[in-house]
Ligand binder design. Structure first.
Ligand code: ATP
Ligand code: MG
Ligand code: MG
Length: 555
């Protein structure tokens, strides 16, 4: 009965249910609050929450907050906002820091069993003693301290009687293990820094590997899903659970992380882009954070559809950016109202129309969904068209407006360009055209159909800014190199100042203050756009191009 979501993890869970039909299925999503969520996190969120739904279980949000130096309450709030935005509700909000006292007890258990010791090598020495894949590790000279001595020293660490880096707690496992992670991993280190949750209560903090498995166990997590790079950590995960007095044994399973073309997903690297002022913040529409994608015009449903399409496997690969674009385009194609906008205007003067000529035209909001209604536009003797829709120099192949040739104005008439009006500096003031008023909805006599371009009557125009985004990097996998700053595309943001239809502008002005209201359009022939709800003001409407009209994803 569980066919909707099908991946190798589902097969494992199905088997688990066969073994135990009363299994209380429980997952968690465990972000560290040291940055904003990105599209890679969305993959993990969708997996954990969808599985909880399918198997009638639960999913916790757990902040993996064991490093006060990097964490911040603002990230906690942003993470919660983004998960709700995606449409998921967690069963519990947990913090690893809630368990600090319990974790401390478990650490003492290990010491009492002779399975942990206080080490006083420096950080660098620890690294050196650990060896490498080719080289066995060496025991620390502090490895054979007595249990009593270790208990006393660990207590001293907790009381703040050591300086940072002067002592740490390590598991006593095997300095020759083929898993480097098992060569006496550090379990606790000293950090004198106030924690956003526990304030000044602690100056020793558990390491990720120690806190993670125990937090999973404390919360009753049954399936602990993580990305492939934690494969080796699993032996430590299981070792800690086996050697402490826990009663719940979660199982860790790994899947491949999402790598997306042209995208940097590492929080550390995103922070560098922000610090260097290459992007304007975590919600810059050029990066694949959830807040950036939201501002760019992506919807929760398009992101979930994307996560569903990429699936869950153990293969590491680089996903095409066009696949993500395909998901939002397909959705906006169905839902976006069509309207005209001119991004880089040039004036057309229709000399055979009276200067008071004004015709109202009713145009459909969507070409094949009449339920989306219609709206009114005005046709007059002076209009704007796109500068790129006119070519001054004769070009036989050019299919849009040129001198002596005809073109159709979308929803209106066929016009013929006759002359260019220029100022003394050779700049075009307007293109003087003849308007064939017999051609509304009708072919010009004895001729084939001309191409169609979009336009706005000056009288019906309202100024707007358009932000056109291009990939931030000139290479497909900036994540792969530490030198990603050398591959920044200087033209990732192009700003155009043009016009939208006045009626549409009025409607936007009424709606733009409604909370969480997403205002989006297809600007005909130009692309799908959404109102930038951060920088826009009533009299300064700004639109972000979400995606091009053309689909480049190979289906
Ligand atoms: P970073 O390296 O940028 O700090 P992280 O993996 O440390 O990222 P966390 O906040 O610890 O970020 O991640 C929370 C959860 O999201 C983890 O379970 C992690 O495996 C998952 N996750 C993070 N990035 C991706 C990704 N690119 N694809 C799939 N899952 C991811
Ligand atoms: Mg991290
Ligand atoms: Mg992490």
């Amino acid at each position: 009965k569980i066919q909707k979501y099908n991946n190798f993890i589902c097969e494992i869970i199905n088997q688990d249910f066969i073994k135990n039909k009363d299994l209380l299925f429980h997952t968690r999503f465990p972000p560290e609050p040291n940055g904003y969520l990105h599209i890679g996190h969305a993959k993990s969120i969708c997996l954990n929450f969808e599985l909880a739904k399918i198997y009638k279980g639960k999913c916790n949000l757990r902040f993996d907050d064991t490093n006060p130096l990097k964490e911040n309450i603002k990230y906690i709030n942003a993470i919660q906002y983004d998960i709700h935005w995606l449409g998921y509700n967690y069963d519990n909000t947990c913090y690893s820091s809630q368990y600090f006292s319990k974790l401390y007890q478990y650490a003492k258990e290990l010491i009492k069993k002779g399975l942990a010791y206080v080490d006083q090598l420096t950080k660098e020495q620890i690294r050196e003693y650990r060896g490498s894949l080719k080289q066995p590790g060496r025991n620390s000279p502090y490895r054979n301290r007595t249990i009593k001595e270790n208990m006393q020293l660990f207590s001293k660490m907790k009381k703040g009687e050591f300086h940072e880096g002067e002592a740490c707690l390590r598991a006593k496992i095997d300095m020759n293990s083929s898993f480097i992670i098992m060569r006496d991993p550090v379990l606790y280190r000293i950090i004198f820094s106030e924690h956003h949750q526990t304030k000044k209560k602690w100056c020793i903090y558990p390491m990720y590997d120690f806190a993670h498995c125990l937090s999973d166990s404390i919360e009753g997590i049954t399936h602990s899903l993580c990305t492939l790079e934690f494969q080796d950590n699993k032996c430590l995960y299981n070792w800690i659970l086996k050697n402490t007095s826990v009663t719940q044994y979660p199982q860790q399973y790994e899947f491949s992380r999402l790598n997306l073309e042209f995208s940097l997903l590492s929080k550390r690297k995103i922070k560098i882009l922000i610090e260097k002022n290459i992007i304007k913040g975590w919600n810059d529409p050029r990066i694949s954070t959830l807040s950036g994608l939201r501002r760019r015009g992506y919807t929760p449903s398009s992101i979930k559809e994307f996560c569903h399409k990429i699936g869950i496997t153990k293969q590491n690969n680089l996903i095409e950016f066009s696949m993500l674009e395909h998901c939002i385009r397909t959705e906006m194609n169905k839902t976006a109202i069509r309207t005209m906008a001119v991004l880089e205007p040039i004036k057309i003067f229709l000399y055979n129309l009276d200067e008071n000529y004004e015709e109202k035209l009713i145009i459909p909001n969507h070409p094949n969904n009449p339920e989306l209604g219609t709206h009114e536009i005005i046709f007059t003797n002076i209009i704007y068209i796109e500068r790129s829709d006119f070519k001054e120099k004769y070009d036989k192949k050019y299919k849009r407006l040129k001198i002596g040739e005809e073109i159709r104005l979308r929803y209106a008439y066929v016009i013929k360009a006759e002359k260019i009006d220029k100022d003394e500096y050779d700049n075009i003031i307007s293109i003087i055209c003849y308007c064939d008023i017999t051609t509304l909805g009708r072919k010009p006599k004895n001729k084939k159909n001309p191409s169609v371009i979009h336009w706005i009557a000056i009288k019906n125009s309202f100024p707007a800014e358009f932000r056109l985004y291009h990939q931030l990097f000139k290479i497909k996998n900036p994540e792969q190199t530490e030198d990603f700053l050398s591959y920044i595309n200087p033209d990732s943001l192009v700003i155009k100042k043009g016009f939208i239809e006045k009626n549409i502008a009025k409607k936007i002005q009424k709606e733009m203050h409604i909370k969480n209201k997403k205002i989006f359009f297809q600007f005909e022939r130009v692309g799908y756009f959404c109102l930038d709800n951060i920088d826009s003001k009533k009299n300064k409407l700004i639109f972000n191009r979400t995606v091009h009209l053309r689909d480049s994803w190979n289906l």
